[in-house]
Design a protein around this ligand. Structure first.
Ligand code: CTP
Length: 403
């Protein structure tokens, strides 16, 4: 998408650097229009580096190509972040006093605005009226959030987080299909922890990010989602758990995960096991912290955990679709091993992704292949985990339609 990002003169402009980077990472062609005032906070060079496009601020630049309207005409989406009280007033009045103003008047693309200002300014009747005018015209107002403001105050006025602005703006430009409307979807995510004693556990590097994106995409497409979350990285669940159609259950061990999944699967249309489940647990869990003086700790006796996914697949109700994930380290046998795993587990679809020291777990991006009936690779996707989540759901919807 051709996306114009207007940056106006607030300290939150520094957060918009991340916003621009997120859009570029998702493969969008991003054009930043900073106002003169905003350049006191973040300079042109930063915007050019972050957006990978030339940046101008003046209506008098590039006049031959009528730049003052060209950007607005080309845009598929316009985001203004941060939007100051002054910008909201200018937008409501339709002022064309700078390149951002002319662009906003010349565009027919959806516009998302992320206000940032002090609480008093946000609550002023003039701002309230301007925001109401913009909403009436179809402008999406994202935030502001409640929290600490510059100068030590706190209250509504803080610019929303870049991830949230990006998600809301992209949704505005290309709304998700409602193809999961009315379905109940159960997703597991994160990595299980198997205790050894009150302070130690056996765990893995799963961040929970891919599962969170799968759950969020399902909710976006209309599903009611039960998200069973084992251990995840900080902040990973913040956005998804705020969705009104998502219910989250927190678990720690494989046994707890299995119980929560079996319980939720009883009414599910689709079950997806994204969680990295420990294959083994300690045969004995010590009640007290294990100490060297109690004897050698070098050997831990393990007993196998149940295969939750295979169990869910074996007891699936009519019409229920079961999807597994397989994290495999790369080698030439990767797909063959994944095909055998799909057979063994008895699942409809197996999403295989490559993991290693620097790929898959914890990373923002992922590369997957989806293996379906007859061992066919029914989908492939690469990119941010949100893009991968969309491709996985497209494959599930297609497989359900083909059934
Ligand atoms: N899984 C599960 N229960 C287990 C182990 C794995 O439900 N005890 C699920 C995972 O959530 C995932 C799929 O099975 O959806 C594949 O996980 P993976 O660890 O790749 O499979 P394993 O059976 O453990 O195979 P491997 O021997 O390759 O580790």
């Amino acid at each position: 998408m051709f996306i114009v990002v207007g940056v106006t003169g607030g300290i939150a402009a520094y957060k918009s650097v991340q916003l621009v980077r997120l859009l570029v990472q998702r493969g969008h062609d991003v054009h930043v229009i900073p106002t003169q005032d905003s350049l006191r906070f973040i300079g042109l060079t930063t915007w050019e580096a972050a957006s990978r496009n030339p940046v101008t601020t003046s209506v008098h630049d590039d006049v031959a190509r009528v730049r003052h309207v060209a950007l607005g005409q080309s845009a598929d989406l316009v985001i203004v972040a941060p939007a100051t009280a002054n910008t909201l007033a200018a937008m409501a009045a339709g002022l064309a006093s700078d390149l951002l103003g002319t662009t906003l008047l010349a565009t027919t693309a959806p516009v998302a605005v992320a206000p940032a200002m002090h609480t008093e300014m946000w609550r002023h009747p003039a701002t309230t009226a301007n925001v109401a005018t913009l909403r009436e015209r179809g402008v999406l107002i994202v935030g502001p959030a409640d929290g600490p403001l510059t100068g030590g105050d706190s209250g509504p006025g803080r610019m929303s987080e870049p991830e949230d602005i990006v998600a809301a703006a992209l949704e505005l430009a290309s709304p998700a299909p409602a193809d999961l409307d009315g379905l109940h979807v159960v997703v597991s995510t994160g990595g299980t922890r198997e205790p050894l004693d009150p302070v130690r556990f056996l765990g893995n590097r799963s961040s929970g990010r891919q599962g969170a994106e799968i759950a969020a995409e399902a909710a976006r497409r209309g599903a009611t989602v039960t998200l069973v979350a084992a251990s995840v990285d900080a902040g990973v669940l913040d956005t998804v758990t705020a969705h009104p159609r998502v219910t989250t259950r927190h678990v720690e061990t494989a046994a707890q995960l299995g119980e929560a999944m079996t319980d939720a699967a009883a009414s599910a249309d689709v079950v997806i096991m994204v969680a990295a489940v420990a294959d083994y647990r300690a045969a004995r869990v010590s009640e007290h912290k294990l100490r060297k003086e109690d004897g050698p700790l070098a050997t831990i006796d393990l007993v196998p955990n149940e295969d939750i996914l295979a169990g869910l697949a074996a007891s699936r109700r009519d019409g229920q679709m079961i999807v597994g994930f397989a994290a495999e380290t790369a080698d030439e046998d990767l797909l063959a091993r994944a095909r055998r795993k799909r057979e063994r587990k008895g699942v409809d679809l197996l999403v295989v992704n490559e993991v290693g020291w620097d790929a898959g777990f914890g990373a923002g991006e992922n590369t997957v292949a989806v293996i379906g009936d007859g061992e066919a690779v029914v989908a492939e996707a690469s990119g941010p985990k949100s893009t991968v989540a969309r491709a996985v759901w497209d494959a599930i919807v297609a497989a359900r339609a083909a059934d």
